[in-house]
Design a binder for this molecule. Structure first.
Ligand code: SAH
Length: 355
């Protein structure tokens, strides 16, 4: 696995304490570190030049020693439903993607955590690419800055109730330290100030990672990509299920500490004829019977490379009825950005395939 080729400090991947220490090593006072911190995370300044109250000499030093965003926009695809999909280039030429989804009451930014993914889930385009490398904390944060600055403009406040979901490329729990570092930075009340309850980490079921997250004093919401209610089906869709089967996964979910009104989200991608019968729905109800759960039913985003089709909407609604009758809360996710290759990893995978 290669490491990113950056010789300048990736300061947006630093917590406020780390930034203070880094500035102290340059001989700068803590109040300067605080100013820099505000410019980076409150105002999302695109350049050091824009940081008006910093002295010119300091700006020059920062320009030489540090970089702000460690990614650049290679392409933006805008869907008729307002979804904006970003193909981003990292310093070493790797490509990742992030997605902005406007909704009536809130906006959601979907970000990547790895370049590619090692899990090779059979219905996911990112699995086709394989893992190239982990993303650094700064690269993970860069996606949020780039998207917010593109949509709202640098300097304008991050809208209240902006949601961050780690549902782009990669398995966040296999890049644990960098992902947790990025989440702490996003949640820092003096910086982005995105509340932890508006940040969701989604996993394909890395049991030791779920247990590690359970021990964190400050943790995001957790979503589990379940998509199957039996080991037989799940083994086929998620190779990782052969290592951490449903028994061990559900046991980890049961011991995961939740707030009084908090529920775990279980994502269930609806695959025609594979996992979408009423019997599957009943098995799902039984599987989650002792878990504080809500289920997101997700129409599959098809791609020629993937041997699956989405269940028809009628079937999804019938499937949902079984859950509702059993008092298991569920939501049908509206497909987004269908006209711009919105399935996870489609953009970067297509791009590398055509190079
Ligand atoms: N590795 C993590 C996060 C990335 S995948 C995880 O597995 O949760 C984010 C979500 O997108 C998962 O719920 C996954 O099941 C879903 N997904 C992947 N490919 C999809 C596709 N082609 N159509 C619909 N959902 C998909």
């Amino acid at each position: 696995m290669s490491e990113p080729n950056v010789d300048r400090a990736e300061i947006i991947g630093m917590t406020s304490t780390q930034l203070k220490d880094w500035m102290a090593a340059l001989g700068e006072a803590p109040y300067r570190a605080r100013q820099l911190h505000q410019w980076l995370f409150k105002h999302r300044a695109p350049s050091f030049d824009a940081m008006t109250e910093l002295p010119r000499t300091l700006k020059k030093i920062l320009e030489e020693r540090a970089s702000i965003v460690s990614a650049r926009i290679e392409n933006i695809f805008i869907s008729s439903d307002g979804t904006r999909r970003y193909l981003l280039g990292l310093a070493d030429g790797c490509e990742i993607e992030a997605v902005f989804m406007p909704e009536e009451t809130r906006d959601t930014i979907c970000i990547s955590s790895q370049v590619g993914c090692p899990l090779a889930c059979d219905f996911c385009m990112t699995g086709v690419v394989g893992l190239k490398r982990n993303m650094t904390a700064a690269e993970i944060i860069s996606q949020v800055i780039i998207v917010l600055n593109d949509v709202y403009g640098a300097g304008n406040p991050t809208p209240h109730r902006t949601n961050i979901v780690m549902m782009g490329m990669g398995e966040p729990l296999l890049n644990y330290d960098n992902v947790m570092q990025a989440i702490q930075i996003l949640a820092d009340e003096d910086g982005f100030a995105i509340a932890l309850r508006y940040i969701t980490l989604s996993t394909a079921g890395i049991v030791p990672g779920i247990d590690a997250l359970a021990m964190e004093p400050r943790r995001p919401r957790l979503a589990i990509s379940l998509t199957a209610a039996t080991d037989e089906v799940r083994d086929r869709l998620f190779p990782i299920n052969r290592k951490y089967n449903l028994d061990s996964l559900i046991a980890a979910c049961r011991r995961f500490p939740l707030g009084p009104r908090e529920r775990l989200t279980f994502e269930y991608v609806m695959l025609d004829g594979v996992n979408d019968s009423d019997r599957d729905a009943k098995l799902l109800v039984r599987l989650l019977s002792n878990v504080k759960a809500k289920v997101n039913l997700i129409p599959h985003n098809a791609a020629p490379e993937l041997p699956y089709r989405s269940s028809p909407m009628q079937r999804i609604m019938e499937f949902q009825k079984v859950l509702t009758d059993a008092k298991l809360p569920s939501f049908i996710r509206r497909p987004r950005g269908l006209d711009i290759s919105a399935a996870c990893g489609q953009l970067a995978a297509r791009h590398s395939a055509t190079e």
